[in-house]
Design a protein around this ligand. Sequence first.
Ligand code: FES
Length: 151
Amino acid sequence: MIDVNKVDEIINRYEKSEESLLAILQDFQREFYYVPEEGMRRLSEVMAVPQSKIYAMGTFYKALSLTLRGKHTIKVCTGTACHLKGATQILETLERELKVKRNSTTEDGEFTVECVNCVGACAMAPVTVVDEDYYGQTRASKVMDVLKKYK
Ligand code: FES
């Protein structure tokens, strides 16, 4: 459940004009780690802009997510080279230790775990990317140590 007062506080920071929409959506993303439905609805009312337009912006911009995301994103490369070097074991370790399914977010909102295709660093396989940081030759037994610094 999101804080509706926070939604209004963000909206009130800006001019009531369509040009403010993207900046407001970005602030929603920063505050809630995604763009919540209630935020889009409120924005639509206040700005008198169709909700469909706001939704379209939410899906168009890559930096915005319409589903809850963790504070940190863990991408496990499951491309061929990484798969051959143990990506599955890394994923299984993360799922077990963080109690989360792949392509979803932990209950505490800390981490989103995603499977991705080749991230272009096959020489370092298997590769795990946490936020913008690349970790090569990741061993399943060590992946939880990597996460400690993001807690
Ligand atoms: S397959 Fe993982 S980096 Fe290329």
